[in-house]
Design a protein around this ligand. Structure first.
Ligand SMILES: [Zn+2]
Length: 154
């Protein structure tokens, strides 16, 4: 079975969020986890069905399987709650960088972040990784406590 590429998942999501696509995990949760129709989800987030399927495909690939992806999306959502976009879409439809004020088209936002704001991307990735490690530790602790209770009761 294919391994889950956690690092690649975090990188992918961090760049999506910083580049202004902060809806991506919500869209994936509705489409992939809850099984809502692609047309209605795409419409809700103002993207094409093709884009939505593309996001899902990338997440499934990096997760190793669709089953794993369904479990991972809520975790990714949890660990990225404090990550905010640095390129934002303004009312006139332009995408403006909140750090350097440069405006750009929608398809250039991620490249802009990667090229000019690598340190912000690194910080976001580190924060997500730290939060993930915390969750893992909490799960491990809960597991151990359960084992202790079980052992002492028997
Ligand atoms: Zn910028």
């Amino acid at each position: 079975m294919k391994q889950t590429d956690v690092k690649s998942l975090i990188n992918y999501i961090a760049l999506k969020i910083l580049g202004g696509s902060d809806y991506v995990l919500n869209a994936l949760e509705e489409y992939l986890v809850k099984g809502e129709g692609p047309a209605s989800v795409a419409y809700k987030y103002n993207i094409s069905k093709h884009q939505l399927r593309g996001y899902a495909q990338r997440i499934i690939e990096k997760s190793g399987s669709e089953g794993k992806a369904k479990k991972i999306v809520p975790i990714l959502k949890d660990i990225s709650v404090n990550i905010k976009p640095i390129v934002k879409r303004s009312d006139d439809g332009m995408n403006k960088c909140s750090i350097c004020s440069m405006t750009m088209s929608r398809e250039d936002t991620e490249e802009h972040v990667r090229k000019y704001h690598k340190e912000a991307l690194t910080v976001a990735i580190k924060e997500m990784q730290t939060r993930l490690d915390q969750i893992k530790q909490e799960l491990q602790k809960a597991k151990e406590e359960k084992t202790v209770i079980f052992t002492s009761a028997s």
